[in-house]
Design a protein around this ligand. Sequence first.
Ligand code: PEP
Length: 257
Amino acid sequence: MRTKIVAGNWKMNKTFEEAEDLITDIIELLDEQGKPEHVDAILCPPYVFLEMAGDITADYPVFIGAQNVSQYESGAYTGEISAAMLRSMHIDFCIIGHSERRKYFHESDEMLLDKVKMAHKENLVPIFCCGEVLQDREVSRHFEVVKQQLENTVFKLSAEDFNTLIIAYEPVWAIGTGITATPEQAQEMHFFIRDLIARKFGAEAAAEKTILYGGSCNGKNATELFAMPDVDGGLIGGASLTAEEFVQIVHAAGAGA
Ligand code: PEP
């Protein structure tokens, strides 16, 4: 059975105290309501809150992830955070290739592949994002674009390394817009991605790969999205900033398990 995952991408939100409150509220709710057994919950706060997040969640079944990682190993790269630094803080996951990083920080496929390799070197599990912009979808190029993004990056990995990553399909037109892909649109793309994986790495690798959906997923629409056979949970932006809603989404993933 594939692992279901709900990961909260907090982006550049929350002060230290607000972050502390949110994490505390999330673990309290999960404690009260119980976390579905087959669902992993991952919180990805800003770098500066990772240590605090790790401390608060130490005794709870919640993982902590970073939102990014440097493509460089160490040295004169002011402002960067290396995979080894994250590993030394017991971080298990990192988001790589989010569309905001691709767009605002000009992260190319080549850089993203380097980041994935750095993450693997330190045993971090990348949550690798892919997804088309609206213009691509309007001219029916969305499948081609996603295929290219994967072929230029994670499909260049060995089968063993490819096994150790999560894919997040995030149509850019749905991120932070309040417009969600329909469950059918999500399923169609997830099925397509799984089929690409099967052709490249074999049927078993494809069957085992966790593929998350991201893009205006919330407490209301998560159940329908996660009911799709190839949607294995979500990468959640805005809705992960509210404890009740995030936990509701975790439960929605449990219901689809
Ligand atoms: C994201 O940024 O990964 C995301 C899915 O954002 P939102 O849920 O706010 O659309």
